[in-house]
Design a protein around this ligand. Structure first.
Ligand code: PMP
Length: 373
């Protein structure tokens, strides 16, 4: 079999294990596992599902879905205040990233991105045979347009910008997005997967810059990660290119029906956001009071926590796992190897996390007492 030699040393996305698999590995029941590693909502929107259940018997699943996704686009237009003709629904934000990559990247071209950031930008770029150019963020985890523009050359076709950034939680300055759009011919992609928690958006800049697009998803604040619905807000120039690359039927009839119901009844999203933002700030306060931890301010639904060292971060992660709490660590990442990322969940789950974290830290610090300065 002939293989792509450019993928010989390619590092694929590291898939999260299933809850069942995790439960088995630590000898707990799956219902005891709290997923604080995937940045999703702690609540499945039951009313949306009940309404979907009522409609299921009439869904024409023997037919292909309406590949123009007209009804979904109308509701997304109302939600985002953007032109429905310039919205491309996708099978999750990840497919949005892939469609952009296949429309704008190829071997010989490159995509520039401030890192650390969402790892799928690199994966999707490299799968097109293009080069991913990481630009290290500053000490405070921010970045400037100048730093990215310095690395921008004739072959730069895409900038991947995550706002607020996963995994650091910090927002992007509007002037930075404007400068990138003004000073390059490349496509500037702003991934706003966590938009609802930050309230900040680059959507209104779409009127000013033809080389901009915004990726969103119903996976986070809408509580629909399992339904796989995302969308790209585009300009006329960009939508033309994305329509060349988008698969005809990537969103299933059931996904679309669920998304339509959620968007029609979206009052629940504001309640989720209020709860999670309140819990985020409470957790931030509680964690900041624990000696030796640095918690980074976050505009998203997760917090990045720095420990006294890599050993402490890894040991805490392991001890949390034994207690059924799954968090994200970053082994091998020079900037984040002493950090964990924690999704803000419901009050009860967050309390369980705090309790377990304090216990875990006490155990770890008994074994690894802090070296004298
Ligand atoms: N973008 C970012 C920044 C993310 O964190 C995620 C979720 N991990 C995604 C995109 C993918 O979201 P979706 O479930 O919509 O594919």
């Amino acid at each position: 079999m002939r293989r792509r030699d450019d993928l010989t040393s390619f590092e694929p996305y590291s898939w999260e294990p299933s809850t069942e698999e995790i439960a088995r590995s630590v000898g707990l029941r799956p219902s005891r596992i709290v997923r604080m590693d995937t940045n999703v909502s702690p609540h499945a929107p039951v009313e949306v599902l009940e309404e979907l259940a009522k409609r299921l018997p009439r869904l024409k699943v023997n037919q292909y879905p309406d590949t123009s996704y007209r009804e979904l686009r109308e509701l997304l237009a109302d939600y985002t205040d953007w032109d429905q003709e310039l919205i491309v629904p996708t099978n999750g934000a990840d497919e949005g990233i892939d469609i952009i990559s296949s429309a704008f990247l190829k071997a010989g071209l490159e995509a520039v991105s401030p890192v650390p950031t969402y790892s799928y930008f690199r994966v999707s770029t490299e799968l097109q045979g293009a080069r991913f150019v990481p630009v290290e963020r500053d000490e405070d985890l921010g970045f400037t347009a100048e730093r990215l523009l310095e690395r921008c050359g004739r072959d730069t076709a895409v900038f991947w910008i995550c706002d607020p950034n996963n995994p650091t939680g910090n927002p992007v300055d509007e002037r930075t997005v404007r400068r990138l759009c003004e000073e390059t011919e490349a496509l500037v992609v702003v991934d706003e997967a966590y938009f609802e928690f930050s309230g900040r958006t680059s959507v209104r800049l779409l009127r000013d810059y033809p080389n901009l697009c915004v990726i969103r998803t119903l996976s986070k604040a809408f509580g629909l990660a399992g339904l796989r619905v995302g969308y790209v807000l585009c300009t006329e120039e960009v939508v033309r290119e994305l329509n060349k690359a988008r698969p005809p039927n990537s969103l299933g009839t059931v996904n679309v029906a669920g998304a339509v119901i959620a968007l029609r009844n979206r009052a629940y999203v504001a309640e989720v956001v209020e709860e999670i933002v309140g819990e985020r700030e409470r957790l931030f306060g509680e964690l900041s009071r624990i000696e030796g931890l640095k918690v980074f301010p976050s505009s998203a639904n997760f917090l990045l926590i720095r420990f006294r060292g890599e050993e402490e971060a890894v040991a805490v992660k392991e001890r949390l796992l034994r207690r059924g709490i799954v968090v994200r660590a970053f082994p091998g990442n020079p900037r984040l190897k002493d950090c964990i990322r924690v999704t803000v969940c419901s009050r009860r789950e967050n309390e369980r996390f705090l309790r377990s974290l304090r216990e875990a830290l006490e155990e770890v610090r008994q074994v690894q007492p802090r070296r004298a300065a």
